[in-house]
Design a protein around this ligand. Structure first.
Ligand code: S3P
Length: 431
């Protein structure tokens, strides 16, 4: 499917975005291994999270969809999963393959787990290495570095793991395996990545402690809960940025997740000159949420790097677009992880924004963007990467004329309803 976007005028809108992707995955996996019933409200029915539901069903868990966004999960307890009759297919979902590897490492059975072409290119040694240290048997292609992965669960040893990357997927895989270990398992990361697993395990009465960049989990049964999921800040980012780059616009996103390990984008937009207001802030199911408004005015360039990167890791494509609209040179560094996401997002953004006439250059670990603010519509590739497709659409809202985004169906991976939200801003021509 090709998406056609036209330049929009300053707009005013109040919207909600679908449930958080990271929290949706975790609610299904953790609910599946808890005792008793877990109910999930505002679940994200995107393709990635549906892959997690399918995998857990294949492992013997009864999951009822009460509606597209409400689930009832009959938890089977820590030791109640069953060997699947076939391989587990995670589709495009890195979170599913990595977190599930951690869960499968402690099971008394054999699993094969794989996914689409993008998943089969992404690094898996980052989870296989620590899980093997814990005692699991894991094999994969390319000397155990690539999926498909074959996992034979074993009784696990507790380890203290110093992770070389700030990755919530790596941290979470180890913490989930730690539920099956023979003592306290800890993970220390070089900077704090998103902490949804820690918050949810604590909410399910798990034994978990966080001290700085170190998280410690002890084995122990979990208890099913009612989980209400906030709107996904990574989906909201496209609309927060749309208001920021079109001066005179104002957007309010209601019930948006405000977990401090995810709010880097708000800090950056504020530093660039956007007006940001947060109202109605509260905590639900262990996660902070609120209503966030952005008013667009002229923007100036910023430098983004260091510990901020994990706090906005999925928003870098959006921020590249915002940088192209700001006065001065925006520098993004320490973002080498972007090369191993669903696509090489540094290369993809440099290539695609150039098509609009942007001065953007890929560096070793980031991007240099000289903002100009005046661009012409372009025909863009999505690389079958949902966030690249949406970032190109965002650029199309501010570029003269019409922009086409090819192969835009990948947007459904994380943001079903994106086109409806876009239509509310007046930027959608046809699809
Ligand atoms: C995620 C963690 C991040 C993020 C991904 C979702 C998660 O990946 O990019 O979209 O749900 O844990 P890394 O942990 O690999 O940085």
């Amino acid at each position: 499917m090709n998406l056609s976007i036209k330049k929009i005028k300053p707009f005013q809108a109040v919207i909600r975005v679908p449930g958080d992707k990271s929290i949706s995955h975790r609610s299904v996996m953790i609910g599946s291994i808890a005792n008793g019933i877990t109910t999930v409200e505002n679940f994200l029915p995107g393709e990635d999270c549906l892959s997690t539901v399918n995998c857990m069903r294949q492992l013997g868990v009864e999951i009822e969809a009460l509606s597209p966004t409400a689930l009832k999960i009959k938890g089977r307890g820590l030791h109640g999963l069953k060997e699947a009759g076939d391989y587990l297919d995670v589709g495009n979902s890195g979170t599913t393959i990595r977190l599930l590897s951690g869960l499968l490492a402690g099971q008394d059975f054999f699993s094969i787990i794989t996914g689409d072409a993008s998943i089969r290119r992404r690094p898996m040694a980052r989870v296989a290495v620590p899980l093997r240290q814990m005692g699991a048997q894991i094999w994969g292609r390319d000397q155990d570095r690539l999926a498909p992965l074959a996992i034979k669960g074993e009784p696990l040893k507790a380890i203290h793991y110093q992770s070389p990357v700030a990755s919530a997927q790596v941290k979470s895989a180890i913490l989930l395996a730690g539920l099956y270990a023979d003592g306290e398992t800890s993970v220390t990361e070089p900077a704090l990545s998103r902490d949804h697993t820690e918050r949810m395990l604590a909410g399910f009465k798990g034994k978990i402690q966080v001290d700085g960049f170190t998280t410690v989990v002890s084995p122990g049964e979990l208890t099913g809960q009612q989980v209400v999921i906030p709107g996904d800040i990574s989906s909201a980012a496209f609309f927060l940025a749309a208001a920021a780059i079109i001066p005179g616009s104002r957007i309010t996103i209601q019930d948006m997740g405000l977990n401090p390990t995810r709010t880097g984008i708000l800090e950056v937009l504020a530093a660039m000159g956007a007006q940001i207001k947060i109202e109605n802030e509260r905590t639900v199911s262990g996660e902070i949420l609120g209503d966030v408004s952005v008013v667009g005015q002229s923007l100036k360039a910023v430098e983004i790097g260091g510990d901020l990167i994990p706090r906005l890791i999925d928003e870098i494509p959006v921020l590249a677009v915002v940088g192209a609209m700001a006065e001065g040179q925006t520098v993004i560094r320490d973002a080498g992880e972007l090369k191993v996401k669903e696509s090489n997002r540094l290369r993809a953004m440099a290539t695609e924004l150039s098509r609009f006439g942007a001065e953007i250059r890929e560096t070793e670990d980031g991007l240099l963007i000289k903002g100009a603010g005046k661009y012409k519509g372009a025909v863009c590739e999505s690389y079958h990467d949902h966030r690249i497709a949406m970032a190109c659409a965002l650029m199309g809202l501010a570029a003269d004329g019409t922009t086409e985004v090819k192969n835009s169906e990948c947007i459904n991976i994380s943001f079903p309803g994106f086109l409806d939200c876009l239509a509310q801003l007046g930027g959608m021509e046809r699809c």
